[in-house]
Design a protein around this ligand. Sequence first.
Ligand code: ATP
Length: 473
Amino acid sequence: MNQQDRFKQLISHAKEYGFIYPSSEIYDGLGAVYDYGPNGVELKNNIRKYWWAAMTRLHENIVGIDAAIFMHPDVWKASGHVDAFNDPLIDNKDSGKRYRADQLIEDYLQKLDDKIYREVSKAAKRFGEKFDEKLFRETNPRIQQVREKKDGIHQRFVKALQDSNLNELRQIIIDCEIADPVSGSRNWTEVRQFNLMFETKVGSVREDANTIYLRPETAQGIFVNFLNVQKTSRMKIPFGIAQAGKAFRNEIVARQFIFRMREFEQMEMQFFVEPGKEMEWFEYWKDKRMRWHQSVIGNIEKLRFHDHDKLAHYANAATDIEFKFPIGFKEVEGIHSRTDYDLARHQELSGRRIQYFDPDTKDSYIPYVVETSIGLDRMFLAILANAYSEEKAPNAEGELEDRIVLKIHPALAPVQIAVLPLVKKDGLPEIARKIIDNLKIDFNCRHDEKDSIGRRYRRQDAIGTPYCITYYY
Ligand code: ATP
């Protein structure tokens, strides 16, 4: 089965077992917006809880907040989002489909990487134990050719992004003969910038109303509360502020299920450090966050770092943690060294002094910031994709049949314990309920007495329940 089909199966499994539904489905849905069902909300809450504990409970110097979604509109001027929160878009004239130009090129570069990987895997099989991968990569002419091609395009791509050169982005698409993935057509429009923020109005009288934005990231709620939190919690630098909450982006190209949504949830932590120490902390948080992902995913082969080709206007270093989704390696979390950009801009626009007074050195300064920013929904999808497996198991007649098992980490599973009375009589269901009563404060338990015991086990396998108790006497 190819990866696209696998992805489709995952999406239908997520719906069938109450993880994720399309939003407003009875009205045919709303693009790139999804609702979480009974199992989905449990899994999502557990991921959030695990992240929150890893950030705040395990770090004495990190505290949390929960800022409002609506913020003063000047926040987004200061942060640069009004002027620079844009995606470069390109339309295909034949199919009428719209794409992000940078993503079309990134996907093309990924294909070249895949080609190299395939050559190496083939050779590894052919040569067996004698295979020297490093030597092969350095000397094989076909690999060198593909690598040179990739490096050339990559350099042009990075420069075009850095110069915000939209014509050059288009030219790369034309030169690489990149086709519309849906229709195969190469008939492209110009590349245009598109701002991703949603606007709305506050105030009851429309004429007097002010335009405000739905926050496109949670981070700014942390920055504008920097002094409040530092003073009320008596925090000393280095310290961090964590927050989980909704963010909104008017994503134009949004057809990858919950990977790219218009309404999603972020879990962010801004870590405030002394200027000059940010690279040390950047490395620290890269390591910490990668370990967190490894603890959840288990399979380290499916995780990697990917340094940014273009740094955002506020950053002096940035890397992504990527997970190997069925649609390829993609970002789940960004780790950014944001310098003092945000606090300095808020100081400038608000006219308030936003500085940290160091009681030891008696110096005042604007701290530098290292941010860890993970998408809760993307992490949910990574966990689901990682967990989804098909197995053969004997049925009641001893014949092998297919079953879907979600291998979710027990600490995150939506249901931790299912209690299954063997038969629906002789007082067994009542005892099963008593078992649940004893466990339900600490664990999410489910009682199931319908159908054969085998089918009940299958149902729990399909939602990733780690423990089932069968009560039979
Ligand atoms: P991308 O390049 O995929 O658009 P980004 O670099 O713009 O992502 P950030 O601004 O760094 O993303 O946001 C931090 C995290 O928030 C991302 O790593 C991702 O997990 C999540 N995220 C961002 N946009 C979306 C979205 N539209 N839907 C779901 N999650 C998102």
